[in-house]
Design a protein around this ligand. Structure first.
Ligand SMILES: [Fe+2]
Length: 460
Protein backbone atom coordinates (compact mmCIF):
# COMPACT_ATOMS: atom_id res chain seq x y z
CA UNK A 1 0.00 0.00 0.00
CA UNK A 2 1.33 3.42 -0.97
CA UNK A 3 1.01 5.90 1.88
CA UNK A 4 0.37 9.57 1.21
CA UNK A 5 3.65 10.45 2.93
CA UNK A 6 5.72 8.78 0.22
CA UNK A 7 3.36 8.89 -2.74
CA UNK A 8 5.48 10.61 -5.42
CA UNK A 9 2.36 12.23 -6.90
CA UNK A 10 1.81 14.13 -3.64
CA UNK A 11 5.45 15.08 -3.28
CA UNK A 12 7.78 17.78 -4.66
CA UNK A 13 6.29 19.48 -7.73
CA UNK A 14 3.53 16.90 -8.07
CA UNK A 15 2.21 18.09 -4.70
CA UNK A 16 -0.90 20.29 -4.77
CA UNK A 17 -0.86 23.99 -3.99
CA UNK A 18 -3.54 25.61 -1.83
CA UNK A 19 -3.61 29.28 -2.84
CA UNK A 20 -5.69 30.69 -5.67
CA UNK A 21 -4.08 33.96 -6.72
CA UNK A 22 -4.11 36.65 -9.42
CA UNK A 23 -0.91 38.55 -10.15
CA UNK A 24 -0.34 41.01 -12.99
CA UNK A 25 2.78 42.49 -14.59
CA UNK A 26 4.81 39.33 -14.10
CA UNK A 27 8.59 39.58 -14.43
CA UNK A 28 9.84 38.31 -17.80
CA UNK A 29 13.32 37.09 -18.66
CA UNK A 30 13.71 37.93 -22.36
CA UNK A 31 10.76 39.46 -24.16
CA UNK A 32 7.20 38.37 -24.84
CA UNK A 33 6.55 38.88 -28.56
CA UNK A 34 4.05 41.67 -29.32
CA UNK A 35 2.30 39.41 -31.85
CA UNK A 36 1.51 36.98 -29.01
CA UNK A 37 -1.85 38.07 -27.61
CA UNK A 38 -4.11 35.65 -25.82
CA UNK A 39 -4.25 33.26 -22.92
CA UNK A 40 -2.43 30.02 -22.20
CA UNK A 41 -4.34 27.82 -19.77
CA UNK A 42 -3.26 24.47 -18.42
CA UNK A 43 -5.29 21.90 -16.49
CA UNK A 44 -4.01 19.38 -13.98
CA UNK A 45 -4.74 17.45 -10.80
CA UNK A 46 -4.59 19.31 -7.49
CA UNK A 47 -6.30 17.37 -4.69
CA UNK A 48 -8.17 19.75 -2.42
CA UNK A 49 -7.89 17.43 0.60
CA UNK A 50 -5.75 14.55 1.82
CA UNK A 51 -6.85 11.64 -0.39
CA UNK A 52 -8.72 8.61 0.91
CA UNK A 53 -6.52 5.53 0.51
CA UNK A 54 -4.09 5.24 -2.37
CA UNK A 55 -3.73 8.29 -4.60
CA UNK A 56 -3.32 8.05 -8.37
CA UNK A 57 -2.03 11.06 -10.37
CA UNK A 58 -5.30 11.05 -12.36
CA UNK A 59 -7.43 11.49 -9.19
CA UNK A 60 -6.80 15.11 -8.16
CA UNK A 61 -9.33 17.93 -8.46
CA UNK A 62 -8.85 20.02 -11.58
CA UNK A 63 -6.94 23.26 -11.17
CA UNK A 64 -6.41 25.70 -14.02
CA UNK A 65 -3.27 27.81 -14.35
CA UNK A 66 -3.60 30.66 -16.83
CA UNK A 67 -1.21 33.23 -18.22
CA UNK A 68 -2.86 36.07 -20.11
CA UNK A 69 -0.49 37.88 -22.48
CA UNK A 70 -1.02 41.25 -24.16
CA UNK A 71 1.43 43.91 -25.37
CA UNK A 72 4.34 41.96 -23.94
CA UNK A 73 2.83 41.93 -20.43
CA UNK A 74 1.58 38.84 -18.58
CA UNK A 75 -0.96 38.14 -15.82
CA UNK A 76 -1.20 34.83 -13.90
CA UNK A 77 -4.27 33.26 -12.33
CA UNK A 78 -4.95 29.83 -10.88
CA UNK A 79 -8.38 28.52 -9.96
CA UNK A 80 -9.93 25.19 -9.05
CA UNK A 81 -12.60 23.94 -11.42
CA UNK A 82 -15.53 24.11 -9.01
CA UNK A 83 -17.24 20.84 -9.87
CA UNK A 84 -20.15 19.39 -7.91
CA UNK A 85 -17.75 17.00 -6.20
CA UNK A 86 -15.28 19.78 -5.37
CA UNK A 87 -18.09 21.82 -3.78
CA UNK A 88 -19.33 18.85 -1.72
CA UNK A 89 -15.84 18.13 -0.46
CA UNK A 90 -15.29 21.83 0.29
CA UNK A 91 -18.45 21.79 2.43
CA UNK A 92 -17.40 18.58 4.12
CA UNK A 93 -13.88 19.87 4.76
CA UNK A 94 -12.42 16.54 3.68
CA UNK A 95 -12.26 14.05 0.82
CA UNK A 96 -15.47 12.10 0.18
CA UNK A 97 -14.41 10.09 -2.85
CA UNK A 98 -11.48 7.71 -3.20
CA UNK A 99 -9.66 7.29 -6.50
CA UNK A 100 -8.76 4.85 -9.28
CA UNK A 101 -6.64 2.59 -7.11
CA UNK A 102 -9.34 1.93 -4.54
CA UNK A 103 -12.35 -0.35 -5.08
CA UNK A 104 -15.34 1.36 -6.82
CA UNK A 105 -17.53 3.12 -4.23
CA UNK A 106 -20.92 1.89 -5.33
CA UNK A 107 -22.33 2.63 -1.84
CA UNK A 108 -21.03 6.22 -1.58
CA UNK A 109 -24.15 8.25 -0.61
CA UNK A 110 -22.88 11.15 -2.74
CA UNK A 111 -22.63 8.95 -5.86
CA UNK A 112 -19.99 6.51 -6.99
CA UNK A 113 -17.88 8.87 -9.03
CA UNK A 114 -16.38 12.37 -8.85
CA UNK A 115 -15.92 14.27 -12.12
CA UNK A 116 -12.69 16.12 -11.36
CA UNK A 117 -12.58 18.10 -14.67
CA UNK A 118 -8.79 17.83 -14.30
CA UNK A 119 -7.48 16.66 -17.65
CA UNK A 120 -7.66 19.08 -20.54
CA UNK A 121 -9.28 22.16 -22.03
CA UNK A 122 -10.94 22.99 -25.33
CA UNK A 123 -11.96 26.36 -26.76
CA UNK A 124 -14.86 26.00 -29.17
CA UNK A 125 -17.69 28.28 -30.33
CA UNK A 126 -16.59 31.01 -27.94
CA UNK A 127 -16.61 28.77 -24.88
CA UNK A 128 -13.78 27.31 -22.80
CA UNK A 129 -14.49 23.83 -21.43
CA UNK A 130 -12.55 21.96 -18.75
CA UNK A 131 -12.66 18.24 -19.47
CA UNK A 132 -12.45 14.85 -17.83
CA UNK A 133 -13.33 11.84 -19.94
CA UNK A 134 -15.49 10.25 -17.23
CA UNK A 135 -18.11 12.99 -17.15
CA UNK A 136 -19.56 16.17 -18.58
CA UNK A 137 -17.49 19.22 -19.55
CA UNK A 138 -17.41 22.26 -17.26
CA UNK A 139 -17.73 25.71 -18.80
CA UNK A 140 -15.10 28.16 -17.60
CA UNK A 141 -15.04 31.95 -17.95
CA UNK A 142 -12.00 33.64 -19.50
CA UNK A 143 -9.85 35.31 -18.47
CA UNK A 144 -11.11 34.91 -14.88
CA UNK A 145 -11.00 31.07 -14.92
CA UNK A 146 -14.22 31.05 -12.87
CA UNK A 147 -16.35 27.92 -13.22
CA UNK A 148 -19.74 28.54 -14.85
CA UNK A 149 -20.95 24.96 -14.42
CA UNK A 150 -21.58 21.69 -16.22
CA UNK A 151 -22.05 22.09 -19.96
CA UNK A 152 -24.62 19.78 -21.56
CA UNK A 153 -25.33 21.30 -24.99
CA UNK A 154 -28.87 22.23 -23.90
CA UNK A 155 -29.40 18.76 -22.49
CA UNK A 156 -28.40 17.01 -25.73
CA UNK A 157 -25.21 15.49 -24.28
CA UNK A 158 -26.04 11.84 -23.55
CA UNK A 159 -22.55 10.39 -23.12
CA UNK A 160 -19.36 11.12 -21.27
CA UNK A 161 -17.05 13.52 -23.10
CA UNK A 162 -13.45 12.76 -24.08
CA UNK A 163 -10.70 15.04 -22.77
CA UNK A 164 -9.47 15.24 -26.38
CA UNK A 165 -12.17 16.55 -28.70
CA UNK A 166 -10.95 17.77 -32.10
CA UNK A 167 -11.90 21.04 -33.77
CA UNK A 168 -11.73 20.93 -37.56
CA UNK A 169 -9.82 24.08 -38.53
CA UNK A 170 -11.69 24.40 -41.86
CA UNK A 171 -15.31 23.58 -41.00
CA UNK A 172 -15.13 24.71 -37.37
CA UNK A 173 -16.94 21.54 -36.29
CA UNK A 174 -15.96 19.87 -33.04
CA UNK A 175 -15.80 16.09 -33.06
CA UNK A 176 -15.90 14.16 -29.80
CA UNK A 177 -16.74 10.80 -28.27
CA UNK A 178 -17.74 9.40 -24.92
CA UNK A 179 -17.03 5.91 -23.70
CA UNK A 180 -18.46 3.70 -20.99
CA UNK A 181 -16.87 0.79 -19.16
CA UNK A 182 -20.02 -0.67 -17.76
CA UNK A 183 -22.66 -1.25 -20.42
CA UNK A 184 -23.28 -0.80 -24.15
CA UNK A 185 -23.08 1.50 -25.95
CA UNK A 186 -19.41 1.31 -24.97
CA UNK A 187 -18.70 4.14 -27.42
CA UNK A 188 -20.79 7.09 -28.59
CA UNK A 189 -19.68 9.44 -31.34
CA UNK A 190 -20.80 13.06 -31.69
CA UNK A 191 -20.37 16.10 -33.90
CA UNK A 192 -20.93 19.69 -32.76
CA UNK A 193 -21.46 22.47 -35.32
CA UNK A 194 -19.10 25.44 -35.62
CA UNK A 195 -21.80 27.45 -33.81
CA UNK A 196 -21.73 25.06 -30.84
CA UNK A 197 -24.87 23.02 -31.51
CA UNK A 198 -24.65 19.29 -30.80
CA UNK A 199 -25.75 17.93 -34.20
CA UNK A 200 -25.67 14.17 -33.75
CA UNK A 201 -24.64 11.31 -31.47
CA UNK A 202 -24.41 7.74 -32.75
CA UNK A 203 -23.41 4.52 -30.97
CA UNK A 204 -20.36 2.60 -32.24
CA UNK A 205 -20.22 -1.13 -31.40
CA UNK A 206 -17.29 -2.38 -29.32
CA UNK A 207 -16.97 -5.94 -27.97
CA UNK A 208 -16.30 -4.68 -24.43
CA UNK A 209 -15.52 -1.60 -22.40
CA UNK A 210 -12.01 -0.24 -23.01
CA UNK A 211 -10.15 2.79 -21.80
CA UNK A 212 -10.17 5.12 -24.82
CA UNK A 213 -8.33 8.30 -23.99
CA UNK A 214 -7.88 9.94 -27.40
CA UNK A 215 -8.75 9.60 -31.08
CA UNK A 216 -7.97 11.48 -34.31
CA UNK A 217 -9.65 13.13 -37.26
CA UNK A 218 -8.80 13.69 -40.91
CA UNK A 219 -10.60 15.91 -43.40
CA UNK A 220 -13.21 13.21 -44.04
CA UNK A 221 -12.75 10.54 -41.37
CA UNK A 222 -12.66 9.90 -37.65
CA UNK A 223 -10.29 7.26 -36.23
CA UNK A 224 -11.16 5.39 -33.04
CA UNK A 225 -8.66 3.28 -31.09
CA UNK A 226 -10.12 0.11 -29.55
CA UNK A 227 -6.98 -0.97 -27.68
CA UNK A 228 -6.72 -3.90 -25.27
CA UNK A 229 -6.75 -1.97 -21.99
CA UNK A 230 -10.00 -3.64 -21.07
CA UNK A 231 -12.50 -3.33 -18.25
CA UNK A 232 -14.13 -6.47 -16.95
CA UNK A 233 -15.94 -6.52 -13.59
CA UNK A 234 -15.85 -10.35 -13.56
CA UNK A 235 -12.09 -10.19 -12.92
CA UNK A 236 -12.74 -8.85 -9.43
CA UNK A 237 -14.25 -12.23 -8.46
CA UNK A 238 -10.96 -13.87 -9.47
CA UNK A 239 -9.01 -11.39 -7.37
CA UNK A 240 -7.70 -9.58 -10.45
CA UNK A 241 -7.92 -5.85 -11.22
CA UNK A 242 -11.03 -4.98 -13.21
CA UNK A 243 -8.83 -3.00 -15.63
CA UNK A 244 -6.08 -4.95 -17.40
CA UNK A 245 -3.87 -4.70 -20.45
CA UNK A 246 -4.40 -7.89 -22.44
CA UNK A 247 -1.28 -8.45 -24.55
CA UNK A 248 -2.86 -11.38 -26.37
CA UNK A 249 -5.60 -9.23 -27.89
CA UNK A 250 -5.18 -7.14 -31.04
CA UNK A 251 -5.36 -3.40 -31.31
CA UNK A 252 -8.29 -2.29 -33.47
CA UNK A 253 -8.48 1.02 -35.30
CA UNK A 254 -11.92 2.02 -36.56
CA UNK A 255 -12.19 4.50 -39.42
CA UNK A 256 -15.58 6.08 -39.93
CA UNK A 257 -16.68 8.94 -42.21
CA UNK A 258 -17.05 12.23 -40.27
CA UNK A 259 -20.85 12.02 -40.45
CA UNK A 260 -20.96 8.23 -40.63
CA UNK A 261 -22.04 5.65 -38.07
CA UNK A 262 -21.58 2.03 -37.02
CA UNK A 263 -22.82 0.80 -40.41
CA UNK A 264 -19.88 2.30 -42.30
CA UNK A 265 -16.99 2.05 -39.83
CA UNK A 266 -14.04 -0.05 -41.04
CA UNK A 267 -11.84 -1.81 -38.51
CA UNK A 268 -8.12 -2.47 -38.98
CA UNK A 269 -6.12 -4.78 -36.69
CA UNK A 270 -2.52 -4.50 -35.56
CA UNK A 271 -0.48 -5.92 -32.64
CA UNK A 272 -1.47 -5.09 -29.06
CA UNK A 273 -0.44 -1.64 -27.94
CA UNK A 274 -1.67 1.30 -25.94
CA UNK A 275 -1.88 4.92 -27.04
CA UNK A 276 -2.73 7.74 -24.71
CA UNK A 277 -2.28 10.54 -27.25
CA UNK A 278 -2.38 11.07 -30.98
CA UNK A 279 -0.32 13.78 -32.67
CA UNK A 280 -2.44 14.05 -35.80
CA UNK A 281 -3.95 12.12 -38.71
CA UNK A 282 -4.46 12.85 -42.38
CA UNK A 283 -5.38 11.33 -45.72
CA UNK A 284 -2.84 10.50 -48.41
CA UNK A 285 -4.09 8.73 -51.54
CA UNK A 286 -5.91 5.55 -50.46
CA UNK A 287 -4.40 5.75 -47.01
CA UNK A 288 -5.46 7.22 -43.71
CA UNK A 289 -2.30 8.04 -41.78
CA UNK A 290 -2.16 8.29 -37.99
CA UNK A 291 0.78 9.55 -35.90
CA UNK A 292 0.68 8.86 -32.17
CA UNK A 293 2.76 7.93 -29.11
CA UNK A 294 2.60 4.14 -28.89
CA UNK A 295 3.43 1.95 -25.90
CA UNK A 296 3.83 -1.79 -26.38
CA UNK A 297 1.79 -2.21 -23.20
CA UNK A 298 0.80 -0.23 -20.16
CA UNK A 299 0.45 -0.60 -16.41
CA UNK A 300 -0.51 3.05 -15.93
CA UNK A 301 -4.04 2.20 -14.85
CA UNK A 302 -3.57 -1.33 -13.66
CA UNK A 303 -0.73 -2.98 -11.86
CA UNK A 304 -1.39 -6.28 -13.54
CA UNK A 305 -0.49 -7.33 -17.05
CA UNK A 306 -1.17 -10.66 -18.69
CA UNK A 307 2.54 -10.69 -19.76
CA UNK A 308 5.11 -8.42 -18.07
CA UNK A 309 6.83 -6.20 -20.64
CA UNK A 310 10.15 -4.38 -20.08
CA UNK A 311 9.02 -1.72 -22.56
CA UNK A 312 5.70 -1.13 -20.78
CA UNK A 313 4.71 2.52 -20.37
CA UNK A 314 7.42 3.82 -22.72
CA UNK A 315 5.66 5.93 -25.36
CA UNK A 316 7.40 6.39 -28.70
CA UNK A 317 6.20 8.22 -31.77
CA UNK A 318 4.77 5.80 -34.36
CA UNK A 319 2.99 6.10 -37.68
CA UNK A 320 0.23 3.83 -38.94
CA UNK A 321 -0.97 3.69 -42.55
CA UNK A 322 -4.44 2.23 -43.00
CA UNK A 323 -5.10 1.45 -46.65
CA UNK A 324 -8.79 1.89 -47.39
CA UNK A 325 -8.62 0.04 -50.72
CA UNK A 326 -6.51 -2.98 -49.68
CA UNK A 327 -7.47 -3.14 -45.98
CA UNK A 328 -3.83 -3.44 -44.90
CA UNK A 329 -2.10 -1.74 -41.98
CA UNK A 330 1.53 -0.62 -41.99
CA UNK A 331 2.95 0.41 -38.63
CA UNK A 332 6.40 1.95 -38.08
CA UNK A 333 8.32 3.61 -35.28
CA UNK A 334 9.38 7.17 -36.10
CA UNK A 335 11.67 7.68 -33.10
CA UNK A 336 12.93 5.44 -30.32
CA UNK A 337 13.09 8.38 -27.89
CA UNK A 338 10.36 8.31 -25.23
CA UNK A 339 7.97 11.24 -25.60
CA UNK A 340 4.38 12.15 -24.82
CA UNK A 341 1.72 14.90 -25.02
CA UNK A 342 2.27 15.41 -28.80
CA UNK A 343 0.74 18.44 -30.57
CA UNK A 344 0.69 20.13 -33.98
CA UNK A 345 -0.23 23.55 -35.26
CA UNK A 346 -3.97 23.05 -34.84
CA UNK A 347 -4.74 25.24 -37.84
CA UNK A 348 -3.72 22.07 -39.73
CA UNK A 349 -5.39 19.46 -37.55
CA UNK A 350 -6.56 16.54 -39.68
CA UNK A 351 -4.30 17.58 -42.56
CA UNK A 352 -0.77 16.47 -43.33
CA UNK A 353 1.70 18.59 -41.41
CA UNK A 354 5.40 18.89 -42.00
CA UNK A 355 6.06 19.39 -38.28
CA UNK A 356 4.95 17.85 -35.03
CA UNK A 357 5.93 18.56 -31.43
CA UNK A 358 6.30 16.08 -28.60
CA UNK A 359 7.88 16.23 -25.17
CA UNK A 360 11.00 14.31 -24.26
CA UNK A 361 10.66 12.14 -21.17
CA UNK A 362 13.50 11.62 -18.71
CA UNK A 363 14.64 8.15 -17.81
CA UNK A 364 12.57 8.10 -14.62
CA UNK A 365 9.61 6.16 -13.27
CA UNK A 366 7.87 9.54 -12.94
CA UNK A 367 6.46 11.42 -15.96
CA UNK A 368 9.10 14.19 -16.09
CA UNK A 369 9.71 16.06 -19.34
CA UNK A 370 13.18 17.46 -19.98
CA UNK A 371 12.53 19.17 -23.30
CA UNK A 372 10.45 19.74 -26.42
CA UNK A 373 11.12 17.72 -29.57
CA UNK A 374 10.28 19.28 -32.93
CA UNK A 375 9.85 16.63 -35.64
CA UNK A 376 10.27 17.43 -39.32
CA UNK A 377 8.37 14.59 -41.00
CA UNK A 378 9.57 15.56 -44.47
CA UNK A 379 13.27 15.14 -43.60
CA UNK A 380 12.82 12.58 -40.81
CA UNK A 381 14.96 14.79 -38.57
CA UNK A 382 14.22 16.23 -35.17
CA UNK A 383 15.55 18.97 -32.91
CA UNK A 384 15.19 19.21 -29.15
CA UNK A 385 14.79 22.21 -26.90
CA UNK A 386 16.20 21.30 -23.48
CA UNK A 387 14.93 23.05 -20.37
CA UNK A 388 18.26 22.59 -18.56
CA UNK A 389 19.54 20.60 -15.60
CA UNK A 390 16.86 19.84 -13.01
CA UNK A 391 14.18 21.68 -14.97
CA UNK A 392 11.08 19.84 -16.17
CA UNK A 393 8.14 20.94 -18.28
CA UNK A 394 4.95 19.45 -19.63
CA UNK A 395 2.88 19.52 -22.76
CA UNK A 396 4.15 22.24 -25.11
CA UNK A 397 1.28 23.98 -26.90
CA UNK A 398 1.82 25.66 -30.29
CA UNK A 399 0.58 29.25 -30.62
CA UNK A 400 0.74 30.55 -34.21
CA UNK A 401 1.99 34.07 -34.93
CA UNK A 402 -0.90 36.33 -35.95
CA UNK A 403 -1.00 36.33 -39.76
CA UNK A 404 1.56 33.52 -40.07
CA UNK A 405 1.85 31.69 -43.37
CA UNK A 406 4.62 29.21 -42.47
CA UNK A 407 3.39 26.17 -40.53
CA UNK A 408 5.94 26.57 -37.73
CA UNK A 409 5.77 30.37 -37.49
CA UNK A 410 4.78 30.68 -33.86
CA UNK A 411 5.76 29.71 -30.34
CA UNK A 412 5.74 26.67 -28.10
CA UNK A 413 4.61 27.29 -24.54
CA UNK A 414 4.80 25.18 -21.41
CA UNK A 415 5.18 25.61 -17.66
CA UNK A 416 8.66 24.61 -16.50
CA UNK A 417 9.59 23.90 -12.90
CA UNK A 418 13.10 24.32 -11.57
CA UNK A 419 13.64 21.60 -8.98
CA UNK A 420 16.59 23.34 -7.30
CA UNK A 421 14.90 26.72 -6.75
CA UNK A 422 11.38 25.20 -6.52
CA UNK A 423 10.04 27.92 -8.83
CA UNK A 424 7.95 27.82 -12.00
CA UNK A 425 8.01 29.72 -15.27
CA UNK A 426 6.01 29.86 -18.46
CA UNK A 427 8.64 29.15 -21.10
CA UNK A 428 8.02 30.53 -24.61
CA UNK A 429 10.16 29.02 -27.37
CA UNK A 430 10.36 30.19 -30.99
CA UNK A 431 9.09 27.14 -32.91
CA UNK A 432 11.33 28.03 -35.88
CA UNK A 433 14.43 28.05 -33.67
CA UNK A 434 13.75 25.46 -30.97
CA UNK A 435 17.35 24.82 -29.97
CA UNK A 436 17.82 28.52 -29.06
CA UNK A 437 17.20 29.93 -25.60
CA UNK A 438 13.51 30.68 -24.91
CA UNK A 439 12.39 34.07 -26.26
CA UNK A 440 10.66 34.64 -22.93
CA UNK A 441 10.52 33.09 -19.47
CA UNK A 442 7.57 34.44 -17.52
CA UNK A 443 8.23 34.09 -13.78
CA UNK A 444 5.16 32.67 -12.04
CA UNK A 445 4.70 33.94 -8.46
CA UNK A 446 4.00 30.45 -7.12
CA UNK A 447 4.85 26.85 -7.91
CA UNK A 448 2.81 25.34 -10.78
CA UNK A 449 2.49 21.60 -10.11
CA UNK A 450 3.15 19.22 -13.01
CA UNK A 451 -0.10 18.61 -14.84
CA UNK A 452 -1.79 17.48 -17.99
CA UNK A 453 -3.05 19.42 -21.01
CA UNK A 454 -3.15 23.07 -21.98
CA UNK A 455 -4.76 25.29 -24.59
CA UNK A 456 -3.87 28.59 -26.22
CA UNK A 457 -6.74 30.97 -26.89
CA UNK A 458 -5.66 33.79 -29.21
CA UNK A 459 -7.07 37.30 -28.99
CA UNK A 460 -7.92 39.83 -26.32
FE1 LIG B 1 -4.69 13.27 -22.36
Amino acid sequence: MVTTAVNPYLDRNFAPIRQEITTDKLPVIGELPFELTGMFVRNGPNPQWTPIGQYHWFDGDGMLHGVQISDGVATYRNRYVQTTGWKKEREAGKAIWSGFLEPPQMDNPHGGYKNTANTALIWHAGQMLALNEGGKPHAVKLPELDTIGEYTYNGKLVSAFTAHPKVDPVTGEMIFFGYSFFAPPFLQYSVVSAQGELLRTVPIDLPMGVMMHDFAITENYTIFMDLPLTFNPARAQRGEPVMMFESDRSSRFGIVPRHGDNSNIRWFESPACYVFHTLNAYEEGDEVVLIACRMSSTTVLSFADSQPDPDANIPRLHRWRFNLSTGTVYEEMLDDVASEFPRVNENLLGRQTRYGYSNKMTNSPLPLFEGIIKYDFSSGQSQTHKFGEGRYGGEAVFAPRRGATAEDDGWLMTFVHDESSDTSELVVVNAQDVTAEPVARVIIPQRVPYGFHGAWVAGE
